[in-house]
Design a protein around this ligand. Sequence first.
Ligand code: OOG
Ligand code: NI
Length: 459
Amino acid sequence: MNQPTFISPDLIRQRFSRAMSDMYREEVPLYGTLMELVEQTNRQVLDSDPQIARQLRSTGEIERLDLERHGAIRVGTAEELATLARLFAVMGMQPVGYYDLTPAGVPVHSTAFRAVHETALQVSPFRVFTSLLRLELIENPELRAFAQSVLEQRTIFTASALALIERAEAQGGLTEQEADEFVEQALETFRWHHSATVTAAQYQQLSAQHRLIADVVAFKGPHINHLTPRTLDIDIVQAQMPAHGITPKAVIEGPPRRQCPILLRQTSFKALDEPIAFTDQADPRGSHSARFGEIEQRGAALTPKGRALYDQLLNAARDELGDFPNEGNAARYNELMTLHFKAFPDTWEGMREQELAFFRYFVTEKAVAAAKPEGSSVEALLSAGYLRMEPLVYEDFLPVSAAGIFQSNLGDAAQTHYGVHSNQQAFEQALGRSTIDELQLYAESQRRSLEQCFAELGL
Ligand code: OOG
Ligand code: NI
């Protein structure tokens, strides 16, 4: 018998990301508005800044820009998380990084499912920030038991999705037709439900413990709560949001505006209040807010040393502010951030020299035309003009920023202080595997690009 031909997991991910975006655009019209604003701004930036256009063209990022987005979901049990890991694996997505949100008063810990190799990221950089509720943080034992039993009764995957995951694992892939069905079935897990699985009173009890607990426990599945397009200039989009009927959060999370963007800058708009029917109601008389909009601007991935400097400067600025950033202190916060981040070199060359960021290297036309170079150190090749570099894009998330995004949707009343701390081991046990260290991935990408340059130069 002939071996069936399997479709690449990267293409399944690309299709899934598109299907998810179409579903979300249909359900949350403001997401469509935001997408248009981002597209318009990106076009403006590309027209007015030839250097950015050149840079995006030379790295190929220009082709992924319109496709690029991340989403987020929250699940309630180890089994749900472990099965999600298998579902995402069918699309070539692995759990990268561990994020502990408890220091910010959010009772979850998280990872990001994404592609890990630069060629796969190029086909589709779709990522899903995935949080697991930490039920052990519900103090009231009765409420905890109730939440647990509600979660144990639900199945967040369709029977066909489960069967296709098993088939992909057994066969080593999916055929074209199976992939189409998989995308359709997998999408169901992330759909919004207009009815809850608990009574109005039970919802109130869960919500009083923490709004996030109600969001995870009271529904049939882990509805996608936002999809985030990538903009080339987040300050422009932030400034233009109000004119488009969107109210952004008070401050942009992440590093301040710079010549050479690093890591990730993000802003969001508040979650919408949506009508919900509880089990003791015939029609949707209640409401729940979970779904919101967010935009992001991605910059260079930082080395461990660069990341340590980023964390240090961010903490110093926040300490000096003395409070969470909010409407009242937003201007002061931006000032403090700009001030503290003066200590972070703002040229690519400066960041490379101090080993603060990861880069991709390219052989120049000059090198192709010339004889074999004399020196063979990266230094020598760069200064001879035989190599050129572009920063590697940061593909991950930032815990302090993520906390800010969570908080902006929970309201200030949700500020809780948990006595417990990160528990990566428990998270990985629930996940059924370990998470991948993102810094390792960037180091490998950088190494591969240098190896290829050396091979091209015959060194
Ligand atoms: C996730 C919030 C974090 C980000 O981009 O950092 C996040 C959530 O609200 O579930 O999406
Ligand atoms: Ni997000």
